[in-house]
Design a protein around this ligand. Structure first.
Ligand SMILES: [Zn+2]
Length: 87
């Protein structure tokens, strides 16, 4: 398996605790960029059933960063947004 990312359609063994399996779900992610703090809700993730660690696919991570950059460009200081689903 490539380091860092995973096949979105498969449950995986948690690389943090190396014990639990991950389950698909949605989580809230907080990103801070300089003066901007933005919380994305309903972000798709794989969550470890053992330690609770959250993992995002490369696609989701990329979309999160892009949406955070947009918020920074808009001059947002703090905001809570629903994560825009990616096609
Ligand atoms: Zn774990």
């Amino acid at each position: 398996m490539d380091a860092g990312f995973y096949d979105e359609d498969q449950a995986m063994k948690c690389p943090i605790c190396k014990h639990g399996n991950t389950q698909p779900g949605t989580v809230s992610v907080t990103l801070e960029r300089g003066a901007t703090t933005i919380v994305f809700r309903h972000v798709p993730a794989e969550v470890c059933e053992n330690c609770g660690e959250e993992f995002h696919s490369a696609k989701v991570t990329e979309a999160l960063l892009k949406q955070a950059e947009t918020a920074v460009a808009e001059g947002v200081e703090i905001d809570v947004r629903r994560f825009a689903q990616i096609a």
